[in-house]
Each structure stands twice: as structure tokens, then as C-alpha cells.
Design a binder for this molecule. Sequence first.
Ligand SMILES: NC(=O)c1ccc[n+]([C@@H]2O[C@H](COP(=O)([O-])OP(=O)(O)OC[C@H]3O[C@@H](n4cnc5c(N)ncnc54)[C@H](O)[C@@H]3O)[C@@H](O)[C@H]2O)c1
Length: 315
Amino acid sequence: MRVLITGGAGFIGSHIVDACLAAGQEPFVVDNLSSGSPKNLPSTVRLFQVDIRDQAGLQRAFSEARPEVVIHQAAQMSVSRSVREPAFDASVNVLGLLNVFDQAVRVKAQRIVFASSGGVLYGDVFTPAPEETPANPISPYGISKWVGERYLEFYAREFGLTGVALRYANVYGPRQNPHGEAGVVAIFCQRMLAGESVRINGDGKYDRDYVFGPDVARANQLALTANIPGGFVALNIGTGMAVDVNTLEGNVRAAIQALPGDSNPPPPEYGPARAGDLRSSLVDASRAKNVLGWSPTVTLQEGLQRTAQWFAQQG
Ligand SMILES: NC(=O)c1ccc[n+]([C@@H]2O[C@H](COP(=O)([O-])OP(=O)(O)OC[C@H]3O[C@@H](n4cnc5c(N)ncnc54)[C@H](O)[C@@H]3O)[C@@H](O)[C@H]2O)c1
């Protein structure tokens, strides 16, 4: 099967590429390399360095790749940038998304799998939120993910393709970019390995649902072929387990200390709370289990160990 992955040179996208190769499929990547890197990809994988806002470039990539299925990961994914520059956010996350969907229709792809987000749709939830939870996105980024889902539902109905929106929880793992504002695990790993103290905002009692990147890639892989009655579905992808930042800091510290050598990161520093940070964000992935046969397989301890090892190898 020919699979085109937008954002495939990024963190989650590159794990999806690995999963496609392991399944004997032929992955193609479209990425403008704004945060992704060719280093995340095996040299055998065809990379089209194209921005999804560039209709002509996208058309050339789709004509060459002729994908049977499309996995759309490329996005402007900074919540704070979306607040500062809503029009830029929409140019990538809405108009760029429509360019990708239009190309999928043009080359007669049968299915589109879309990276949505549980956290930004459900807001503060203190028990794992099922998909029926009313969406209440408050940032332009969250609004664009919600709109992206609605467009996918429309394209599925209008053009007879299948649409699967995967609403990720907090994804972490090897290859995550530690330079952004999100990706707390990547940031903690990098700072602790450099012997620097990490900064915890507020009292650190902010619960999140951490799911390992390769587990998320497997969900995408299953979404390519699962039977989807009605042609469209939204599925949560997470563990449903709450871990606060204080606990996470201790777990990342333990993973770093377990590496060869005698790394002993300094204690964390506490700073002011960040305005707008949710107290609790958890998703219930029961529907993904029913529809895809997916559930997470990697425990937080194991995932953090693998992530710490990867960051240590980067030097
Ligand atoms: N990481 C998380 O916890 C999380 C949670 C919920 C949803 N998501 C979604 O998952 C997807 C992948 O996120 P990630 O964590 O792998 O981030 P990432 O930054 O590593 O990957 C995004 C990729 O898209 C590429 N890209 C960005 N803008 C582009 C453009 N205009 N044209 C072409 N390529 C472009 C980047 O170069 C990068 O390779 C995104 O859609 C994101 O919104 C991520």
C-alpha cells in the first residue's frame, strides 16, 4: 500500500513511517522541515520538501506518490503562536489541511487519517473524557483541530472516502523536539542530561495523559485498514492515566539516573503558574479499542527509559 504522510519527518510522523515500513507498506513523506528533520527518516524513504500551503508543490508530490491512503500530521502546533497569530495558524491548519484533502480526493485516495487532539478539544476533565464530551476549544489551535475534523467528516461524506480523526493525548518519545513549548518529556530529558535543573510551572499539580509515540504510530497503522461503519470516526488515543508534572519529573529523573554513567540532575525549580494551563486532561480510549483493536502497550516507565536513552545518544 502506498501511504503519504504529511509531517512525516517530524516526531510522530517519523514513527508512523517506521510502522509503515515494518508493515511492508510504501511510505512517502511531505514535510517543509520547519520542525522535522530528514535525520528522522531512513534514507530510502522518498521525502518531498513541500509546504502544505503550496498547492502546486503539493500537487506534484501527490502526482508522483499516487497514495492510496493519506496520513495528515503536518501542522502549526504551538498553542501560544496560534493565540498570537491566528491567521498563520489557520493558513497551515485549515487551508493547508484543505489542500491536502483536495489532493487526496484528486488522486482517489481511499482514506485520510488525521492527527487531532484530545487535550485541546475537551478542556479541563478530571476523569478520562470519552469522544462524546462536548468540544470546547479555546485556542485558535484547538479551533483548527475541531474544524479539521468537521472538514474530514464533510470530505468523507461528499467524496465517499473514509475519514479517521485520532485525538491524541500528550504524546512523548524519541525524536520529539525539545525546543518547543510542549513536549515536556523531551525538555526534561534534554535539560537533565545537560546537568541543568528543570522548571516546573506553578505547583506542578497538572495531570496529563502521556502516551508513547510508537504506540500512537501503531494506532495510525491500524486506522489505515480498520472497518469504519459510516465512513467517519473520531477516536481518542491515550492511556487514561493521570500523571502530574511533579511525578513526571521524578520518573524522568529516575530514567536518567538509570542510564550508564553517574548522572544526577539538580532538583527542579518552581516558577509562576502559566495562564490558561489545564489542571487535568485525560482521554478514554475505549472506542479505539473497539474500532481499531488498539490499546497502549508501553508503560510510562519503559517509554521514559527508551526516550532518555535516545536523548542520551544524541549527545
Ligand atoms: N505531540 C503531541 O503531544 C500531540 C498531541 C496532539 C496532537 N498532535 C498533533 O500531531 C501532529 C504531529 O505532531 P508532532 O508532535 O509529531 O510534531 P512535529 O513538529 O514533530 O511534527 C510536525 C511536522 O509537520 C511539519 N510541518 C509543519 N508545518 C508544515 C507545513 N506548513 N507544511 C509541511 N510540513 C509542515 C514539521 O516540519 C514537522 O516535521 C500534529 O498535527 C499535532 O498537532 C500532537
